[in-house]
Design a binder for this molecule. Sequence first.
Ligand SMILES: Nc1nc2c(ncn2[C@@H]2O[C@H](COP(=O)(O)OP(=O)(O)O)[C@@H](O)[C@H]2O)c(=O)[nH]1
Ligand SMILES: [Mg+2]
Length: 650
Amino acid sequence: MHVIGTAGHIDHGKSTLVHALTGIDPDRLQEEKRRGMTIELGFAWLRLPSGREASVVDVPGHERFIRQMLAGSGGVDVALLVVAADEGVMPQTREHLQILDLLGVSRGVVALTKRDLVDEEWLELVRDDVRATLEGTTLAGAPIIPCAATTGAGLDDVRAALDTALDQALEHPDRRRPHLPVDRVFTLAGFGTVVTGTLLDGSLAVGQEVELSPQGRRARIRGLQAHKTKLERAQPGGRVAVNLAGVSTEEVARGDVVALPGAIPPAVRLDVRLRAVSDLAAPLTHNMPVTVHTGAAEVAGRLGLLDRAELEPGDEGWAQLRLAEPIAAARGDRVVVRRPSPSATLAGGVIVDAQPVRHRRFVQRVLRHLEVAAAGTPEDRVLDALIALNPGAGAGGGFLTLDEVAARANLPAPDVQGALDTVFSAGQARRAAPYWCAAATWDGVAERARAILAPYHTRYPLRRGLPAEELRTRLRLAPDVWEAVAPALEEASVVRLHGETISLTDHEPRFSPTQERAVAIVRETLAARPYTPPTLGELPGVDAALLESLVERGELAPIAEGIYLGRAAYDEMLAVVLETIDREGSVTVAVLRDRFGTSRKYALALLERLDDERITRRVGDARVRGSRSRGVESRKSKVESGSVEDGSGR
Ligand SMILES: Nc1nc2c(ncn2[C@@H]2O[C@H](COP(=O)(O)OP(=O)(O)O)[C@@H](O)[C@H]2O)c(=O)[nH]1
Ligand SMILES: [Mg+2]
């Protein structure tokens, strides 16, 4: 399916020609009939000599309705530029031609109509003038066919020329990303809301759920029509009328895009390769107010020039369009930029990124990113996406999921998967499932982890490692990302994880021979007096760091300032506390003291520590189970296996 779109100055005979070619009067409004002037877009279709059917969009020629012309010229495959032979090239002939040029419409036919009103000599003059006018535009060299809609002269030649032009038009591929920019909304009695537009990049089927971007409203397709024929499925490339269930006509507007849910997120900034028209009176300036047209949408915005102070007539440059309201737009869509008042066409181009961050001007990194976004291979684009443009932009600090990469690279997920595999094999990207990052990002994280851990180990040789959470915050990684990155760092032999602490792979807390002797004394002391240990800090060779290290390894349990129990005694006493509570309903200091032949000091210290940890709860003189008493058994076994640092002493 293909679409032919008219263009040309008012009253040059566009609508009359469409009527003559198709048998359908494109001027359907009462007002249009009365004023003899096209105001809104008109639609028709025709069968060409080759047998192919094509849709026709007829546009108004009056300069006041240029926005309608723009809305109708979006998905056009072949332009039918209409020039009245008696008047020749006029202002809107040039203006429409310029817009077709900016939209990249490169196939066309010029109908030199009203030829019945001129003689041969005049016709040739006008033909030469038209040919010269086309020079330098995408329609240069297009066939110029004299005809007269009122007499039918030359119409077969016009049909034949349209057929030839359509032969050369590209097929409309099914990229499975259907989008239909809405150019008309109306109600049909008994059906409800109907929208029309040119369907691109995919098909739509009856019953399907769709989203109206940018506003995000969902609807269901109740019916589809093309050229007044009911369809179950509409293929890309042609004009389609979509009957939508679930939205009223007030809830849809021209410029909205019908797409699959989530497929076209609203855009508030557009990165574009922009070309200024050559007949500008003055260069385009940074931050000037503009009107942006894309698809059938139109929105106010400002022009950000990224690589130059001003954009000279006919020049090309990188720009970011900052929009006053969100619109539906995607990479690869065309934009036309106009001056709001007095209105004039300023520039046009292609969107290279519809979801960009806000760029600073004159930044090499940004400009390189734009080059890659515009012309890079999927691998280039994926790598570019992994390198955050703006450090604050990615919450993941350079670690992105496949979907995030796909969104930034503007590529479909399967392509991204393939490209990631390629760059991964080439060593340019690393993986910490479910995240991906650039090799440089990875190296940076590993290097910073080493730079943080190495001095820590030097400073605290007896400690097993740094609290992992502290390393995470110093590396500025989000918890989710850290959860994936930490094991990946361990896998890569950069670090070792010990539950809540983390160390460099080769770090072993080691006692010196003197410290080993002190540890032996501690162990002997505790074995001799497990339930009434003396103050360990006063033993020969024992200092705070040594005790801390033994706590960290789970050998000691601190129960009060300067008082430690050996792990075995602590576990035993804890078990008795809980058993007694479960058997007797509660436990007291006295019971515990008598049971272990210890003193009140130790029994009380232990119970107070258990209170602090909410393993027990004090009720009068007795203790009952506390809110955390249930997890104790499992935590105890983890401590015993030595995988968890016992941080409770700090
Ligand atoms: N003599 C003559 N008049 C024409 C021809 N085509 C259109 N017209 C007249 O030109 C006027 C404008 O035509 P219209 O199709 O509305 O022009 P549009 O504004 O380009 O759509 C109408 O009065 C038509 O009847 C033609 O081939 N010969
Ligand atoms: Mg008309």
